[in-house]
Design a protein around this ligand. Structure first.
Ligand code: MOS
Length: 770
């Protein structure tokens, strides 16, 4: 399959190379670039007051008559089967309505794994859910109890007894290496990249680093736990879910439970953090089936431990990065290979090897990732999947090379900047990584850094500075739809099933729609979070803003055509074609002669209409094949390391970004900073402790899995070039995940500058520095 995908993408790319740019999306820059009013303003979040006052309701907060509560029972072995399942005590316990297991679970198919091609393919795991007595990983759901109260369900679940027939499980990362698989593709990219002869170039190179970097597993820890409140009404299904894929998961549920698409409604106005975790997992399927069997609405909220057990995290990785350079520091070889876990029933390849394809020119490349099949809950997308850990390896290696050569690490990077994409040869739509570095270095005071390690000290504290770059691909998802309703009173409603997971979706899309339609932002309402609205794609890969924006663009074009038609021959714009008209100042106006205009109110009134509605889909995102489109970052860190305890204290962090137009500086700064804090977790504290003997995660609690707390987070500064991307809606690119990429390497490089110690294994805990 993925070999075929490689062939298809490669021939489409070749074909698009010949197609004139103006025929493609982004061929003509979005006219709103440089002409915006609300866009670029620091509007406060529209959902802010609802959130701080508690009016914003999350999936587990929707009340229902006769609501019942579910608790899951997880396996405690990795591989084998249920030999004996005793549910009698649980069934007899007070308040218990139903015990669900493979014995009474309805027969359903498996969930198709996440893919861009099929809108119902949203699964993170294609393993059967309560369909048989097989156990395939430690933590798998084996039963569920439904009871009158949560406490009764929890208690009854503790009474279920399971005897297992235990088989040998594959749970050891190193032991699985000899049987590693080499997939043909990694997401949309060909896996194996081989340009020139990198190994030979390495041997000939004037300067060379060749190192192995390791990163641990990570688990998801959104503030809001995974939860749903679900009710059947006959064959109609209502799901209040915490999901970052509202429309696609409604489609998938319909398919699984053999319903018509319009019989399933997923509502999810607010999500308390997604980060890749809030997709479709076993708990939704179990709760929906339980509600059907119980004939009652069911609420299922995973425990914090439950999230660790059945929601995948980030795969551990072992990466080799080797860089060869000539005497001037021009790269002659760039090797990035390694191992991560991706069982065949999972969807996320942890695409770390994509990190080395974009940032640097090199005479030769050798890039390849290998996948290990372990019997675990399939790891999934998490906070800049791939790039977050791939840039750690790459950007540490670049720093090592710079030190070896006695070159400033920024100078070495800029020396290897490329005019075109180093692998694909396609032109960058826009790239000002050099400027991001230079502006960041100036603001940070990079010139105060001493090139030699251990040069600065404050008592027991060694002080150092480091920097690193990051890159994250621009993604615009296909299948983004919106509906625009223009009303006679001069207001508009823009509707799409889009997701709000904390990033300010409605705020920024209202700003956008206001500018697109030429209305004040107060006159625009953005409706979202409900699968009955025109379908938006999944919010992932930092893609939602441009995906929805592309659909709003398309709908505004359609609206223009409709307005011209409606305006008729009595209008000041009569005789003009849609292409000669722009939407501005609450109406339509001739682009050439703005005095020829008519307001929406006037057009609708004359036509005897209260409102005008159009629905449209965004164009196919072909720009990503014609151009190399990437957000990029330059991250700077100053920190201190105690010579007595080995602890690392980050004093200052600065992110300098090149991500196209910044649509709302306030919400964008929050996202950048949030991402950088996740980067600090990656660098210093986060680590899933996995017992390879039992296949069990041993620190499934926030007490034992350390995410950065307030005292761990220093002053963070963010800045950006703000240069519009001429190929994307509004000139914007993704900002959600780029904040994370580069941080871990910047921290590790600063630790080296402070102490002279290279730590090539995350997290950078004190034991590694003593
Ligand atoms: Mo993201 S890890 O694509 O939600």
């Amino acid at each position: 399959m993925s070999r075929m995908q490689n062939a298809v993408i490669s021939s489409v790319k070749t074909a698009l190379g010949w197609v004139p740019a103006q025929w493609l999306p982004g061929g003509t820059p979005d006219p709103l670039i440089g002409r915006s009013a609300a866009i670029g303003r620091q509007d406060s979040r529209l959902d802010g007051p609802d959130k701080v006052s508690g009016r914003a309701r999350f999936a587990a907060e929707f009340g229902m008559e006769t609501l019942s509560y579910a608790t899951l029972v997880h396996s405690t072995i990795s591989r084998g089967r249920i030999a004996h399942l005793d549910t009698a005590a649980a069934e007899a316990a007070p308040g218990v309505i139903l015990v669900l297991s493979h014995r009474n679970m309805p027969r359903i198919g498996t969930v198709p794994l996440i893919s861009m091609a099929d809108m119902t393919a949203v699964g993170n795991s294609s393993l059967p859910i309560l369909q048989d007595p097989e156990v395939r990983y430690n933590g798998q759901v084996l039963a569920a109890v439904i009871a009158e109260t949560q406490e009764q369900a929890d208690h009854a679940a503790s009474l279920i007894r399971i005897d297992y027939a235990v088989d040998t499980a594959k749970t050891d990362f190193d032991a699985a290496k000899p049987a590693a698989r080499v997939p043909a593709s990694v997401l949309m990219e060909k896996n194996h990249v081989s340009v020139g002869n990198a190994e030979r170039e390495l041997q000939r190179a004037a300067h060379c680093v060749d190192q192995t970097y390791k990163t641990p597993g990570h688990n998801h820890n959104a503030i809001e736990l995974h939860a749903l409140t679900v009710a059947w009404d006959g064959d109609a299904l209502l799901i209040h879910d915490a999901t970052q894929m509202i429309a696609p998961s409604a489609k998938a549920q319909a398919k699984l439970f053999k319903l018509e698409p319009e019989q399933v409604r997923v509502v999810s106005p607010f999500v308390g953090g997604g980060f890749g975790a809030k997709g479709l997992w076993d708990h939704q399927i179990v709760a929906i089936a339980a509600a059907r069997l119980a004939g009652r609405p069911v609420r299922l909220m995973l425990s914090r431990e439950g999230v660790y057990r059945i929601v995948g995290g980030r795969s551990p990785s072992e990466q080799r990065v080797a860089i060869g350079a000539d005497a001037e520091g021009h790269f002659t070889a760039l090797v990035h290979t390694g191992y991560s876990i991706m069982p065949p029933y999972g969807a996320c390849p942890e695409q770390y090897s994509l990190s080395s394809r974009t940032p640097y020119r090199s005479k030769s490349f050798e890039i390849l990732q290998r996948h290990l099949d372990l019997d675990i809950v399939p790891n999934t997308f998490m906070r800049a999947p791939g790039e977050a850990i791939g840039t750690f390896a790459l950007e540490c290696a670049v720093d090592e090379l710079a030190h070896q050569m006695g070159i400033d690490p920024i100078a070495l990077r800029l020396r290897n900047e490329s005019e075109r994409h180093p692998i694909h040869g396609t032109p960058f739509s826009q790239r000002a990584q050099g400027q991001a570095y230079q502006d960041g270095a100036k603001r940070f005071g990079w010139d105060r850094r001493h090139a030699e390690p251990r040069a600065r000290r404050d008592g027991e504290w060694l002080i150092g500075m480091g920097c690193a770059g990051g890159s994250f691909p621009y993604v615009r998802m296909p299948n983004a739809n919106v509906r625009i309703t223009l009303r006679r009173d001069g207001t508009a409603v823009v509707a799409s099933s889009a997701q709000e997971m904390g990033m300010g979706t409605a705020t920024v899309q209202s700003q956008h729609a206001a500018d697109r339609l030429g209305l004040p932002v107060e006159h625009v309402t953005f409706e979202m979070g409900d699968s009955t609205l025109p379908a938006a794609p999944i919010a992932g890969g930092s893609s939602q803003t441009v995906s929805v924006a592309g659909a709003i663009m398309a709908a505004a074009e359609k609206l223009t055509v409709e307005l011209v038609r409606l305006a008729g021959n009595d209008s000041a714009i009569a005789g003009l074609r849609a292409g000669e008209i722009r939407l501005a100042d609450g109406g339509v106006a001739s682009i050439e002669d703005p005095s020829r205009s008519e307001s929406y109110a006037s057009i609708l009134a004359r036509a005897g209409r209260d409102e005008l509605t159009v629905t449209a889909a965004g164009s196919a995102p072909l720009e990503v094949l014609k151009y190399a489109m990437h957000s990029s970052s330059a991250i700077f860190c100053e920190l201190r390391v105690s010579e007595v305890t080995g602890e690392v204290r980050v004093d200052r962090l600065l992110g300098s970004f090149d991500c196209g137009t910044i649509l709302n500086p306030k919400t964008a700064a929050s996202q950048f900073k949030g991402g950088m804090i996740m980067g600090l977790g990656l660098a210093l504290t986060e680590e899933t402790l996995f017992d390879a003997r039992s296949g069990r995660i041993m620190n499934a609690t926030l007490a034992d899995y350390h995410i950065p707390a307030h005292l761990d987070v220093p002053e963070i500064e963010v800045m950006w070039t703000g240069i519009p991307d001429p190929r994307s809606p509004l000139g914007a690119r993704g900002i959600g995940e780029i904040g994370i990429t580069g941080v871990a390497a910047a921290v590790a490089n600063a630790v080296f500058n402070a102490t002279g110690k290279r730590v090539r294994e995350l997290p950078l805990t004190l034991d590694k520095l003593l």
